[in-house]
Design a protein around this ligand. Structure first.
Ligand SMILES: NC(=O)c1ccc[n+]([C@@H]2O[C@H](COP(=O)([O-])OP(=O)(O)OC[C@H]3O[C@@H](n4cnc5c(N)ncnc54)[C@H](O)[C@@H]3O)[C@@H](O)[C@H]2O)c1
Length: 368
């Protein structure tokens, strides 16, 4: 079988979907692995590193895709890549299938098989393949590091001969995978951390990391699948009041609140934002879904007054070596679950719920 690993062409993408470590495993299966020239450059993997683990470096997308069986990507292919793809080829990527149905249709019309790893069911067997978790976790970490580097003051409590520096205050909105890692990272830096979420069971997790949980009332907004649902107007009023009271002394906000398939909820309005101290920094990780903060611009860092708002839904891209390593491992684990040692081939079992949920296009049909 032939596996192809292109260089990502999406703007600002820094990651790559296979590392020399995973290439070594594919070649050990007897597969031919082709890697596009410079594909791993941002992530610190040179062409020579891939060659040493058995990959062939190819210069053009035409050469890369010709006769390839499986294509490993971070993002869905762009039109300039789609022209070289042929019917029956299998693409594994983060398609963000629910948000981009037209893109899936284009790929289905071309007869491509799209395996959207972002659609994996969140069951224990799938944990090692879960790109949403691996990248959200790193994003929570990277968001705090980015905010701390932009803040004009120190984070930890420092008692020095020259004076005492109080700890910075950090507020995390949405304590899912990203939010919990942001809490843990901010605590490690010595911040005083507060967090808020609409799902009640998160309180215990937040407190076990040493942060204070901001409570609004006893109402719960959660689906049976463990995701947040939209809140009532009355709840939103109480939530805004609780967050506003906190903002007056908050130096860093990391907002991660998302509702699957919906626009992100606004948790900080323009009026609320004005309560924040000068020099405060907000990283809005919900930016790609509309943002949790009024005024957020996706993909940009803007100054409003003396406040900085960074609209970055994927801070994991700031640490491409680690992010690529985990993404590539997720893909390898997914393929390993479908690999047959007797035939030395990958044969997807469409009766397996993993494959079934992940496959969003096949035989010209859209499957979501
Ligand atoms: N393999 C697994 O079993 C697995 C892996 C990862 C996550 N999960 C679970 O999936 C669920 C979602 O996690 P996620 O990180 O993908 O979440 P997410 O990215 O969908 O949302 C981020 C957080 O925002 C919160 N939120 C939504 N609306 C809000 C609002 N109005 N105000 C405040 N907070 C709001 C959500 O409750 C969530 O905690 C959780 O129950 C998590 O434990 C399971």
């Amino acid at each position: 079988m032939i596996i192809a690993v292109p260089a990502e062409r999406t703007i600002e993408e820094t990651r790559v979907a296979a590392t020399p470590e995973t290439v070594k495993k594919y070649t050990a299966w007897g597969f031919e692995v082709r890697v596009e020239k410079d594909a791993g450059n941002h992530a610190g993997f040179a062409d020579g590193d891939y060659q040493r683990t058995g990959a062939k470096i190819v210069a053009t997308p035409q050469e890369l895709y010709q006769h390839a069986d499986i294509i490993l990507k971070i993002n869905a292919p762009l039109p300039e890549e789609i022209q070289y793809l042929t019917s029956g080829q299998i693409i594994i990527a983060n398609f963000q299938a629910l948000a981009h149905p037209a893109q899936i249709k284009t790929l289905a019309d071309k007869g491509l098989v799209c395996m959207a790893l972002d659609m994996l069911p969140r069951i224990s067997r799938a944990q090692s393949m879960d790109i949403l978790s691996s990248q959200s976790n790193l994003s929570g970490y990277a968001a705090i590091i980015e905010a701390a580097s932009r803040l004009n003051k120190a984070i930890p409590l420092m008692m020095t001969a020259a004076g005492t520096v109080p700890p910075a205050k950090v507020l995390i909105l949405g304590a899912g995978v990203a939010g919990l890692q942001a809490i843990a990272t901010a605590k490690r830096l010595g911040a005083q951390v507060y967090a808020f979420d609409v799902r009640p069971q998160v309180k215990e997790q937040v407190e076990s990391l040493g942060a204070k949980f901001i409570e609004v009332n006893q109402e719960h907004f959660e689906t049976s699948g463990g995701y947040a649902s939209e809140t009532s107007l009355e709840y939103q009023k109480q939530q805004h009041a609780a967050i506003t009271a906190q903002l007056a002394t908050t130096d860093i906000v990391i907002s991660t609140a998302l509702i699957p398939g919906k626009k992100a909820p606004i948790l900080i309005t323009e009026d609320m934002r004005k309560q924040m101290p000068d020099g405060a920094v907000i990283v809005d990780m919900a930016a790609a879904s509309g943002g949790n903060v009024e005024g957020t611009v996706n993909g940009q860092s803007i100054k409003i007054g003396n406040l900085e708002i960074i609209g970055n839904s994927n801070p994991a891209r700031l640490i491409p070596a680690t992010a690529s390593k985990l993404f590539a491992n997720n893909i390898y684990n997914f393929l390993a679950s479908q690999y047959h040692t007797d035939s030395n081939r990958i044969a997807f079992n469409f009766k397996d719920e993993l494959v079934n949920k992940v496959c969003v296009a096949q035989n010209g049909k859209i499957l979501i």
